[in-house]
Design a protein around this ligand. Sequence first.
Ligand SMILES: [Fe+2]
Length: 277
Amino acid sequence: MQYLRISRRGFLSSAAAALVGPLWADSEVSDAPLGVPMRQEPLNFPFEALEPFMKASMLRQHFEEHHARYVSDLRNTLDAEGMTVGNVVSLMPGMDQVVQPQRSDSRMPLGQLVSQGRSFQPPQTLSQSSVQMIRSAGGGHINHTAFWRFLCPAGAGPTGPQSAVARAIQEDFGSVKSFRHVFKEAAMQHTEPGWAWLVHRQDGCLVVTTTSNEDNPMMKSHIPWHESGRPILALDLWEHSYYEQYQDDREQYIDAWWKVVNWDFVSRAYTIVRGKA
Ligand SMILES: [Fe+2]
């Protein structure tokens, strides 16, 4: 189930914001801030550092098995298509329109092709199975990369949003308390495997939304415009992210997760998506 909280500013300007442009990160730089390279970044903390809110064994399995599998699946898919991708985020907005890399035949002069009894092959879009794998494994890699970036040990930073992002949250949700309530409700009400997000939309509004499976708000062709944008906070709602410690008690998991949110990185992400960095 999807849940959307349109902010007050979003409600007022939503009619004028039906087009969502380039999302989250530019495509050309693999290690750009908020870009996602074709590998797992090392965590900024040891697995034990989020105890007691997140068990080390649970984090380790999440990182070394679940996340790693997405990276491996994506790499296999891209290898099979002959593609090299620096920033995986660049695949998200228009994955259905991605074309296969030109094969050597298509670079050959037409006369040479004809003389060899071959014909020119125009560029082809990727197979549906590859697109689906980019959606699930590519989404999974990006989503988990975001999830780790937005975590830090309790006490290592501020306990809530700061400065510009705090002001924006206040403006769009009424208060930080109200935002936390909206975010938690969205995460609680989402019944499928998926994710909860705080999204900076193209029109500048902050919205809370959820996505199913490994979809994310940057998948322009799969996400309604009013839920599309660049995430500045991500929460994994798959059972694998909390079952070992919290079993079915998602509420307890969410309450614990708030204790280890990296609000410094939320501020940094907000600055970047607003183009101020
Ligand atoms: Fe996960």
